[in-house]
Design a protein around this ligand. Structure first.
Ligand code: GDP
Ligand code: IMO
Ligand code: MG
Length: 466
C-alpha cells in the first residue's frame, strides 16, 4: 500500500496563471515539490517583501524551506541558466545544498537547440530557450550514427565524449542550414563550468522520488506552461513541446500513478496568452494578436505601452482592442521571461470547463480576481464572460481540435455585475456578492470546487474557501 501521495497542480489556460504563487501557498503541506515538464521557458514569479523573484527551472517552493525540490526526467535542463538561478537563490540566503535534486535522465539543452529555436521558433513565438529542438531531438534520438539527445547522466559520466558530440551537433546544424561557420567553444566551456556546479545536485538513483513517496513523502507536482500549450492536446503547432497535462506528471515526474490523490487547476480571471495561436476570447481578436506579436513581440513592450497609452481613456473605449491594451497595462501582463506583451482576453468558461473535464481537476484556484475590478471603469461597467461557443451556427461545449475550426468559433459573451474588493478580506463568505455569484456559476458549470482565489500579486493576496 502506498504510504505517501502526490497531487498535481497545472495551469488551465495558456500559461502564466499564477501557478508559482499558489505553489508557494500550498507547499507548506508537502515534503517535495517537483517539476515534470518544460525548462527555462517557464517564468514562475513570487512577489516577496524584497521584490519579485522569477523561477525558471527550480520548483517554486523555495521559500518553504522544509520542502525538497525535484527536477524530473521530463524536463529539459539548461545548465548555465540553472547555475545562475541556483546562485540567485543562494544569494537570498536560501540553501540549495541537499535540497535540490535533478534527474540524471533529463536531456541537456545543447547549443544547436538554441540556434535552431532562434532560426525556426519565430512563427510560433517561442521563448527561444531551445525547448522545441531539445524535445524533438529526444524523440528523434539519433541521426545515423550521430547522437542527437544527451542526458545529464551521460554528460556527467563521460563529459569528453558528449561535449564533443554537442560540438558535432552544432557544426552539423550550421551545415544543414547553410549558415556561416561559427564557434561554440566558449559556450561549451561555460556549460562545463555549469555542469561542475550542478553535479552535486544530480540524482543518480532513478527511483529516488518513488522511494521517498513509498516511505511517506507528500509530493506536489508543479506543472509548467499549461494545458492549452500541451504538445498533443493544445492548439498544435502554437504550443510548447512538452506534455503539460496532469497525467504527464506521472511520466516526467518519475513517480508511478498509483500515488495520485488530487488534481489542482489554476486559472486566471482575465486570461492571457503569449505567442501566436487561437485565443477565442481575446480582446481585439486578430488585431490584438498581430499587434502583440509584431517583431516577435518586441515592438510593443511594457515601456512602449506606458509611454504611449492612457489607461483611463482606453478602458472607456468602445473598441475591445483598446480595452485589452488598458487591461494588459493595469494587470502588468508582460512576459516574465521575454518581457513581451501578453495578449489578454475575457474569462472563457467553455475553455475552462473543457480543461477541467479533460484533466479531472478536483480543486480550482482562480487568480487575479482583483483585476476584475478594472471593469468598473469600462463604458458599461460590467464583467464580460464567454459562456458558450458556436461553430458553424451550432452550439459546442468543447475546444475544437482543429485550429481552422477554433479560429471560426464565435464566442457567446454575457455580462456579469462588477464589484469592489476590499483586499483585507480573508473569509470567503465576506467576498462581494457579485463575485460570489460569479464563483458559484463557475463551480456549477465546471463541476469543480474552489480551493481559493487570488486577490492581489503579493504572497498573501488570496482568500481560501474554508
Ligand atoms: P505562472 O507562470 O503561472 O507561475 O505565472 P507568472 O508568474 O508568469 O505570472 C503571474 C503574475 O501574476 C505574477 O506576476 C504574479 O505575481 C501575479 N499574480 C498572481 N496572483 C495574482 C493575483 O491574484 N492578483 C494579481 N493582481 N496578480 C497576481
Ligand atoms: P509558464 O510556466 C506562457 C509559450 C511561448 C510560445 C509557446 C512555445 O510561465 O506558465 P516554447 O519556448 O515553450 O517553445 O514556446 O509557448 N510559452 C509560455 N507562455 N507561460 C509559459 O510558461 C510559457 N512557456 C512557453 O510564448 O507561444
Ligand atoms: Mg509564467
Amino acid at each position: 500500500m502506498p504510504k505517501g501521495y502526490s497531487d498535481v497542480l497545472i495551469g488551465l489556460q495558456y500559461g502564466d496563471e499564477g501557478k508559482a504563487k499558489v505553489i508557494d501557498l500550498l507547499a507548506k503541506d508537502y515534503d517535495i515539490v517537483a517539476r515534470f515538464n518544460g525548462g527555462a521557458n517557464a517564468g514562475h514569479s513570487i512577489e516577496t517583501d524584497q521584490g519579485s523573484i522569477s523561477l525558471n527551472q527550480v520548483p517554486s517552493s523555495i521559500f518553504q524551506t522544509h520542502t525538497l525540490l525535484y527536477i524530473g526526467s521530463g524536463c529539459v535542463v539548461n545548465l548555465e541558466k540553472l547555475q545562475k538561478e541556483v546562485e540567485k537563490i543562494s544569494a537570498m540566503k536560501i540553501e540549495m545544498k541537499d535540497r535540490l535534486f535533478i534527474s540524471d535522465q533529463a536531456p541537456v539543452i545543447q547549443p544547436h537547440h538554441i540556434l535552431m529555436d532562434e532560426l525556426m521558433g519565430g512563427e510560433i513565438g517561442t521563448t527561444k530557450n531551445g525547448i522545441g529542438p531539445a524535445y524533438s531531438d529526444k524523440a528523434l534520438r539519433m541521426e545515423g550514427k550521430r547522437l542527437l539527445t544527451i542526458k545529464l547522466g551521460d554528460l556527467l559520466d563521460d563529459p569528453k565524449t558528449f561535449f564533443a558530440q554537442m560540438k558535432n551537433n552544432f557544426i552539423e546544424t550550421l551545415n544543414k542550414h547553410d549558415l556561416p561557420a561559427r564557434d561554440c567553444e566558449l559556450t561549451l566551456q561555460h556549460m562545463q563550468t555549469a555542469l561542475d556546479f550542478i553535479t552535486p545536485f544530480v540524482q543518480r538513483d532513478t527511483l529516488w522520488l518513488q522511494k521517498k513517496v513509498a516511505k511517506g513523502a507528500k509530493v506536489l507536482f508543479e506543472g509548467a506552461q499549461s494545458v492549452m500549450l500541451d504538445v498533443t492536446k493544445g492548439c498544435v503547432p502554437f504550443v510548447t513541446s512538452s506534455s503539460t497535462v496532469a497525467g504527464a506528471a506521472y511520466v516526467g515526474g518519475d513517480l508511478s500513478p498509483n500515488y495520485h490523490r488530487k488534481t489542482i487547476g489554476v486559472a486566471k480571471a482575465i486570461m492571457s496568452r503569449v505567442g501566436f495561436g487561437p485565443f477565442a476570447s481575446e480582446f481585439g481578436g486578430l488585431e490584438s494578436e498581430n499587434y502583440c506579436m509584431e517583431e516577435g513581440g518586441n515592438s510593443h513592450n511594457r515601456d512602449y505601452e506606458e509611454r504611449t497609452y492612457d489607461t483611463t481613456a482606453y478602458l472607456q473605449s468602445e473598441n475591445p482592442f483598446e480595452v485589452g491594451i488598458a487591461l494588459r497595462m493595469l494587470g502588468r501582463e508582460y512576459g516574465t521571461v521575454t518581457r513581451r506583451p501578453r495578449r489578454v482576453g475575457m474569462l472563457d468558461l467553455v475553455q475552462l470547463t473543457h480543461a477541467i473535464r479533460g484533466n479531472g481537476v478536483d480543486l480550482l484556484f482562480l487568480t487575479k480576481c482583483d483585476l476584475l475590478q478594472d471593469f468598473n471603469k469600462t463604458k458599461d461597467g460590467t464583467i464580460p464572460l464567454v459562456t458558450g461557443y458556436k461553430l458553424n451556427d451550432e452550439k459546442i461545449d468543447y475546444v475544437p481540435g482543429s485550429n481552422v475550426s477554433y479560429r471560426k468559433v464565435e464566442p457567446v459573451v454575457e455580462k456579469r455585475d462588477c464589484f469592489t474588493l476590499d483586499t483585507t478580506i480573508t473569509e470567503w463568505e465576506k467576498l462581494p456578492p457579485p463575485l460570489l455569484t460569479l464563483l458559484t456559476e463557475i463551480e456549477k458549470k465546471a463541476k469543480c470546487k474552489f480551493l481559493g482565489i487570488g486577490t492581489g500579486p503579493q504572497r498573501d493576496g488570496f482568500v481560501l474557501k474554508g
